[in-house]
Write a protein that binds this ligand. Structure first.
Ligand code: FAD
Length: 385
């Protein structure tokens, strides 16, 4: 066994960390306060090529492996959770199906400009009445004139308010339930594509989130992504492993930022004649965090490695996400306590970590949904070790 990152991975992390420290981290507070899509930063970041991290070089991508992408997701979340959400939507979920299934024409029209940062993408499966339960999807797609007509409303689309294209989950055969769901590429230029309400979020601010409306939107037949209709759930499962590990590493990054900040504070803050870092009750918080944080990262990179090796690993990805999300809640809570009253002031970042941490509870599957799946798997086969 070897738990080390390769030299290439270490080199990549150093390069990305430098970018994050120079361009993104200094603006985290401003991005959070303004809560607007940071277009100037987006353009600067796009020029570095990271938006095409996982896509083939012939479309302008970097063809990086899974572990490299996870390193990027982790480092981005160290910088600004809001910017990380906007960027990871573009790098992974927003372009994944177009890159995997799009025709050459679609790739030239959508993927290539997306990799350059010139077009912004989103993915839409959540609706007002259905999030975890994709079977509740009401958006429909009906065949017409050699293409499909989409009708419905999607909620919670990250980058939705600024998007140029969306990958949309729609029901093509209501009789079949989950087996009737399919993904479609819908460009904003299509008639009937509209923006609905903007969602004012607690955290991850600066990534903009909202409702998208599809009112009799016709798309050509080639915009049905994948082999025939009805494969939406299967394709969702394919991408979910990566989304879960990405979210787990976002959680690790937020937790680490919060605790590092608290560490500096604990070493400097004097109470009752000595730095609070000297008190055992404060030390215990760091010791516990270290154990949880290390475990969460180990879970996450093990899962990333398994994805990369093409191994069956849906439960390992779920474990990573479920554990890291809880670790993150605990870390931001403990860090805030160490920071004392100042953690409640908006001028310090502790309150931002606390708000940003809430997102990781939902993205990639809620805690309860993961518990259901993991509990059922454990009852079937035990832990597997
Ligand atoms: C910041 C942010 C960005 C997002 N971006 C996107 C995006 O870009 N595109 C997109 O499509 N969606 C997006 N989402 C939506 C996200 O995917 C959903 O919030 C998530 O799938 C959960 O769905 P829900 O919120 O509708 O909750 P629900 O699924 O309605 O769940 C509500 C509660 O019921 C529990 N629950 C549900 N089913 C069960 C069960 N079987 N057993 C026990 N408990 C259960 C859940 O755990 C939760 O506690 C985003 C959400 C957030 C917060």
């Amino acid at each position: 066994m070897d738990f080390r990152f390769s030299e290439e991975h270490e080199f990549f992390r150093t390069a990305v960390r430098d970018v994050v420290n120079r361009l993104i981290r200094p603006r985290a507070q401003e991005i959070d306060e303004k809560n607007e899509f940071p277009l100037d930063l987006w353009k600067e970041f796009a020029e570095l090529g990271y938006l095409g991290l996982r896509h083939p070089e012939k479309y302008g991508g970097m063809e990086a492996d899974v572990i490299t992408s996870m390193i990027l997701y982790e480092e981005l979340a160290r910088g600004s959770c809001g910017f990380a959400m906007a960027a990871t939507m573009q790098i992974l979920m927003g372009t994944y199906f177009v890159g995997r299934f799009g025709s050459e024409e679609i790739k030239q029209n959508v993927l290539v400009p997306a990799i350059r940062g010139e077009k912004i993408g989103t993915i839409c499966f959540t609706e007002d009445q259905s999030g975890s339960d994709l079977g509740g999807t009401r958006t429909t797609a009906v065949q017409k004139n050699g293409g499909w007509v989409l009708n419905g409303r999607k909620m919670w689309a990250t980058n939705g308010p600024v998007c140029d294209f969306a990958t949309v989950l729609a029901q093509t055969d209501p009789q079949k339930g989950l087996d009737g769901l399919s993904y479609f590429l819908v460009e904003k230029k299509r008639e009937g594509f509209g923006h609905g309400q903007l969602i004012h979020k607690l955290g991850s601010r600066g990534s903009v989130t909202g409702e998208l409306i599809f009112d009799n939107v016709w798309v050509p037949g080639g915009n049905l992504l994948g082999d025939g209709p009805g494969n939406g759930v299967r394709y969702s499962t394919d991408i979910l492993n990566e989304v879960r590990v990405m979210t787990a590493l976002n959680a690790c990054a937020i937790a680490n930022e919060a605790m590092n900040d608290a560490r500096k504070f604990a070493l400097e803050r004097v109470a009752f004649g000595k730095p609070i870092a000297k008190y055992q009750l404060i030390r215990a918080k760091f010791a516990e965090h270290w154990a949880w944080y290390d475990a969460a990262r180990l879970y996450s990179y093990r899962a990333a490695w398994m994805i990369q090796e093409g191994m069956e690993c849906q439960f390992e990805c779920m474990l990573a996400k479920m554990f890291a999300a809880e670790m993150c809640q605990k870390a931001v809570d403990q860090a805030g306590r160490i920071y004392g009253g100042n953690s409640f002031a908006t001028e310090y970042p502790q309150q931002r970590y606390l708000r940003d941490a809430r997102f990781v509870l939902f993205g990639g599957g809620t805690h309860e949904v993961l518990q259901n799946a993991l509990g059922a798997a454990y009852l079937r086969k035990g832990s597997g070790t």
